[in-house]
Design a protein around this ligand. Structure first.
Ligand SMILES: [Zn+2]
Ligand SMILES: [Zn+2]
Length: 364
């Protein structure tokens, strides 16, 4: 993996694809005429860079409607091109990508090249591990975000105090995943169990096509006794792993905490949603995946992220070089993600005091 924390900048070989790398090898004469430069000349080459994990090509892909089409039709895109624009203030270059295709509406995707010395203070000090799944390093980052938000953000504290003012609330049912290394879960009723005011996490997820795993009248009794976690759908097994490693014992998820075949229960509990999400310590959102039948932890974080450092030939030579940034990263990973298109997710995002999004490339 390219180590952009190294003191001496290195060309981002092995992460940024050969076709993108060539853009940084152009001279200022090549780019000054404001002409579009051919980036990929076939769909095939574009797709293979995406599959290899090139962060720039993946950023361009995030602008494509129905990206699956690209993998199915090998001649769909005749070429991708790039326009490198001179900076207004000398510190940021603008790379505008687009494509030619009869079948995909044309859009533009920008990537920025910024002076490294101006942004390094915002970047993490420790390079990410080569395996960026749900490992200790990722866990520590999320824990740090949580700690920081709870203890150091005065606005979050004020907002939370306002949200929960006068509320003495705990959801009617919670899933208890235990506090030890046990691999069982059970449904608890807050009225019966002494868990009042225990922190809990909510889960935002997309129901699968034929969601069979749910609380119904006839499963209540069984679910209040210990059940193996390994019997849960993979998405919930992964969620249990995340919540447990954050040191939280309870979670609330709609399909297990609302009796799905009781109209009355549904009516009652759906009115409590506002309080349920407001009072959670955090919402875990499985944001970036179309299909979660194999869970989400194994699917995330396979690719090296931007930013990475470069010294483009067309930019002034700087001691610490330049950095490639994606200004639309949040938009691509969260705003435009499959889950966010669902209407009811709005309240889950809006009401939760904090949200950990599992995106296709990163945890946000
Ligand atoms: Zn590329
Ligand atoms: Zn905060």
């Amino acid at each position: 993996m390219y180590n952009f924390w190294k003191k001496d900048y290195v060309q981002p070989s092995g992460v940024v694809c050969h076709h993108c790398r060539k853009l940084f090898e152009l001279t200022s004469q090549d780019v000054c005429s404001a002409k579009r430069i051919i980036h990929h000349s076939t769909t095939e080459s574009f797709v293979s860079s995406i599959k290899a994990g090139c962060p720039i090509c993946r950023a361009i892909l995030s602008e494509v409607d129905d990206p699956q089409k690209l993998f199915l039709y090998p001649f769909l895109i005749s070429l991708t091109e790039c326009l490198i624009r001179e900076p207004m203030n000398g510190s940021v270059y603008d790379l505008g990508f687009t494509w030619k295709s009869p079948g995909i509406p044309k859009r533009y995707r920008r990537v920025l090249v910024q002076r490294y010395d101006l942004i390094k203070q915002f970047l993490p000090r420790i390079p990410p591990a080569a395996d960026r799944g749900w490992n200790n390093q990722t866990l520590e980052v999320v824990k740090k975000w949580m700690r920081c938000c709870r203890k150091e953000h005065p606005n979050c504290q004020a907002l939370n105090a306002w949200r929960t003012a006068g509320l003495d609330f705990q959801p009617k049912r919670l899933v208890d995943i235990g506090s030890d290394s046990g691999r069982t879960w059970r449904l608890v009723l807050t009225g019966n169990d002494n868990i009042f005011r225990s922190p809990y996490v909510t889960i935002s997820h997309r129901w699968s096509q034929n969601q069979q795993f749910k609380l119904i009248s006839e499963t209540i009794e069984a679910y209040t006794a210990d059940q193996p976690v390994s019997d849960l759908p993979r998405i919930f097994q992964d969620a249990v792993q995340v919540v447990k490693s954050l040191g939280i014992r309870y979670l609330w998820v709609d399909c297990l905490c609302i009796i799905q075949d009781s109209h009355l229960d549904w009516q009652r509990e759906s009115l409590e949603m506002c309080k349920i999400y407001t009072n959670a310590i955090c919402n875990i959102s499985i944001t970036g995946f179309e299909d979660t039948s194999n869970g989400f932890l194994d699917q995330t974080c396979r690719y090296a992220p931007l930013p990475c450092r470069v010294q483009p030939r067309w930019a002034p030579s700087l001691r610490e070089g330049w950095c490639i940034l994606d200004p639309f990263f949040w938009w691509a990973q969260v705003t435009k993600a499959p889950l966010t298109k669902r209407g009811w997710v709005f309240q889950e995002r809006f009401l939760a005091p904090r949200v950990v999004h599992f995106g296709p490339d990163q945890i946000l």
